[in-house]
Design a protein around this ligand. Structure first.
Ligand SMILES: NC(=O)c1ccc[n+]([C@@H]2O[C@H](COP(=O)([O-])OP(=O)(O)OC[C@H]3O[C@@H](n4cnc5c(N)ncnc54)[C@H](O)[C@@H]3O)[C@@H](O)[C@H]2O)c1
Ligand SMILES: O=C(O)C(=O)C[C@]1(C(=O)O)C=C[C@@H](O)C=C1
Length: 391
């Protein structure tokens, strides 16, 4: 069960397809109802997205309040003993996901069972072990497919859920050589209906990739933010975007990350050693900053960072697209943000990305919009004409 069928990564850019046709096809092969096991951030977001696509969704969570909130915000209705889901999505913490997958395969002998945990090899091994010990049959295990949506937030629980969380996000399907087509279709359709971009990888390829692009960034952000514990309030007041950009995910749930990092330790360790050697190099260089070659070495380190950063794909996949930034000063009053965005819409310009910055002590915010470079001048002119202050 561990040999990858896909030696290369296959990409089906469903988000671009959807954009081209302006609508995501609602036709799908998902067997209903869909049961979601675990109604935290991810489970509830999936429920909301599938409900919006018109699917029947059943919810269950050992925390009655998490389940009640998920039901109240419209992610589905409570699962009952009599229900026979056709598809099950396990959205529980990683260290109980394997057991929940096995329990679902046992309890609903016809259902296709997916999980969305952040690590994949450990869970595949648990399912294999359940086959070896006779808890489930090899045939049962074929109804399971491990998946991972590469979208989330630094907050947990159903209150933070959003049905649009997965729009244009990568969604990995850890397809195995013997995974039946029907199971792949169902998993693909779940991701596609939620607006995600599908990638096929083996569990091992997945875990190696996320060690670099998700787990190391989390560690770096946590270690960096940890330095702030003893930083004076006066110094923290000066914090600008640099600190905010590099520490957002340090607010993530520690119990989730304990599970992720320990489950993928084997893949993470080489990344940590690589980072340690870069740090050692910088410490060595900066301990004699005026020595011959020191400045060159620092410049090289920064340049290596530039090169790595430039390789991160942009919003639409592929090479990073350099959007132009337009910053508008917006009053900190109700409705001001809506008016600003309406003015942008009236100018006929699409917003590729946006963020809001507040300077402490001021009653104004800075609305930073990313737009296609060719549209920048027209947008700035239109907004200025309407009386908006564009920085
Ligand atoms: N948070 C992210 O950014 C993110 C992104 C992608 C994937 N994931 C994965 O999604 C899964 C859920 O993460 P989350 O962020 O939604 O966490 P969360 O803490 O918001 O929700 C987890 C939910 O699972 C419930 N739960 C605990 N034990 C359970 C069990 N045995 N059976 C069923 N439910 C159980 C909890 O009560 C809670 O409501 C994890 O496996 C995580 O690795 C998280
Ligand atoms: O954007 C965030 O807040 C995330 O934590 C998302 C993120 C990531 O991109 O690393 C974190 C862990 C998950 O397994 C998947 C996605």
């Amino acid at each position: 069960m561990t040999t990858p069928r896909f030696s290369r990564t296959e990409i089906v850019d469903t988000a671009s397809l959807a954009a081209a046709t302006e609508t995501i096809s609602k036709h799908h092969s998902i067997r209903q109802p869909v049961a979601i096991i675990g109604t935290g951030l991810l489970g509830t977001s999936i429920g909301l997205g599938l409900r919006a696509a018109g699917l029947e969704v059943l919810l269950t969570d050992p925390s009655p309040s998490a389940q009640a909130v998920a039901e109240d915000i419209g992610a589905g209705r409570g699962l009952t003993q009599e229900d026979q889901p056709g598809t099950v999505v396990v959205a529980a913490p990683p260290d109980v996901t394997g057991e929940e997958v096995i329990a679902a395969l046992q309890r609903w002998p016809e259902a296709i069972v997916l999980d969305i945990a952040s690590v994949k090899t450990a869970i595949v091994r648990e399912v294999e072990h359940a086959v070896q010990t006779g808890r489930i049959t090899p045939r049962d295990s074929l109804r399971y497919l491990g998946t991972h949506p590469m979208a989330g937030r630094e907050r947990s629980g159903p209150v933070a859920a959003r049905g649009e969380l997965f729009t244009a996000a990568p969604w990995v399907l850890c397809t195995q050589p013997d995974t039946p087509r029907q199971v792949i279709y169902v998993a693909s359709d779940v991701a596609r209906l939620l607006g995600a971009t599908i990638y096929h990888m083996s569990p091992e390829e997945h875990d190696a990739a996320v060690a670099k692009i998700s787990h190391l960034p989390q560690i770096a952000a946590s270690l960096l933010a940890s330095r702030l514990q003893d930083t004076s309030v006066q110094a923290l007041q000066l914090a600008g975007n640099g600190l905010r950009d590099t520490t957002r995910i340090a607010a993530s749930d520690p119990s989730l990350w304990v599970q992720i990092l320990t489950a993928n330790a084997e893949q993470i360790l080489p990344e940590l050693h690589g980072m340690k050697s870069d740090l050692d190099r910088l410490i060595h260089t900066l301990s004699q900053p005026t020595a011959s070659g020191a400045r060159l070495d620092v410049a090289q380190l920064m340049d290596e960072g530039n090169r790595g950063q430039a390789r991160i794909p942009g919003k639409h996949g592929g090479p990073a697209q350099g959007f132009a930034l337009v910053t508008i000063l917006v009053d900190d009053t109700p409705g001001a943000l809506v008016s600003a965005l309406q003015a942008v819409a009236d100018a006929g310009v699409n917003v590729e990305d946006l963020r809001m910055e507040h300077s402490s002590g001021y009653q104004v915010g800075m609305l930073e919009l990313s737009v296609v470079p060719g549209h920048k001048k027209h947008l700035v002119d239109s907004l200025t004409e309407l009386g908006w202050k564009v920085l």
